[in-house]
Design a protein around this ligand. Sequence first.
Ligand code: SF4
Length: 473
Amino acid sequence: MASLSAFLQEPTVTDSAPLKFKPYTRQSIASARQWQFMSPELREAVEVVSRVLPFRTNAYVMDQLIDWSSIPDDPIYRLVFPHRDMLQPQEYAQLRELVLFKKDEAAIDKLVRAIRMRMNPHPAGQMTHNVPRVNDAPLRGLQHKYKETVLFFPSAGQSCHAYCTFCFRWPQFVGMDDLKFDASETTELVAYLATCPEVTDVLITGGDPMIMNTRSLAVFLESLLVPELAHIQNIRIGTKAVAYWPQRFVTDRDADDLMRLFEKVVAAGKNLAIMGHYSHAVELRNAMAQKAVKRIVSTGATLRMQGPLIRHINEDPASWAELWTTGVRLGAIPYYMFVERDTGPSEYFSLPLARAHDIFQAAFQMVSGLSRTVRGPSMSAFPGKVVIDGVVTIHGEKLFALQFLQARNPDWVRKPFFAKYDETATWMDHLVPAFGKSKFFFEGADEGFVQAPTAKVIPIRTAQRADAGRCRQ
Ligand code: SF4
């Protein structure tokens, strides 16, 4: 067995690019070279916790992003490797007993299902409020929460090059089929969009749509370029491939075809916005990751940087400042710092809002104006995206100053409102209105925006003429 110091001196597999993507999962991780440097406790945690939460990594993440001399505290190790504290102590003990000793698969499945349901698998009303319906049936693979933006989940894009342990879309990766969003083609999407003239943005998301090969992705993108969808101005693609597998844009077999596809979308008059998910400065330090950014922006697409603030992973303001500064130098645009959502192992990852605000402010103060396009910390809560603007004292009362950056009802956007300062609150639900009020201005108010409950899916050629305006009521 090689020593860790000898191992760290060795050239890595990913030094000899191009490398073919191959994931490591619970079943195959023991074949990774680094497995031997993990303690029995860390290996056991992977074996037990990955029964509940999705686990996937790859050679690039293992070789280039994780510093194995710093595990388990290395941020990217924390980001992708399950830890025992991600389950409650009694849950871990029970599951450990079943997995390692009793090996009772039926009992394991039952316990795993119970733990997952405790973890709030679909927060912020995704299953109840965001799915458009036609003829009283939900449109599979679509969400329409904000008036101008529709989310589309292509079925072939419902996995990622590695999985984040905090992922708010984790149910999609663990076979909770009843809670899964996906669509295998775009007929319903296109027909729905044709009835929604006020929709300007489509976000293709997952999982990670960049897990698809270029030919498959082209089918989805090109379907949005038809004349009937001239009102769609911005096509966004949410992806973490920029961090977990930048080879997708540089050396993959069809990476050049991908660049041509991006150019085609731009040439069709659309703004193609790659919404790059970055978690830590280390993800943008190496040459491959930097080249990916350069190639993306050279096509005329834009690359926006966003990611959640996660305890154990990116609490350091200097990491955010470095990430944004490097991104801007390469041509990317800092966009959002999110608050960790109230799903999955959120107790392990969440930070108090007060601390999130301090971290954002400290990072913001370290960067030049070009990086200050970033917004945050922002909560994607049930009523909308709420940003913590600051901590203020009014009439002797210490308060959080808040506003909506996005909202179910567009009239709520950018209206300042206040909540009592609370050092321990980690999410919107924990906040109490200021000035003795019993509720926030938007609670109980008309949500304003309702997605096409009576719209029919009709052929694209006649959709606009016959059903225009059905999208909103
Ligand atoms: S890349 Fe995004 S969708 Fe994929 S595991 Fe991470 S947070 Fe989840």
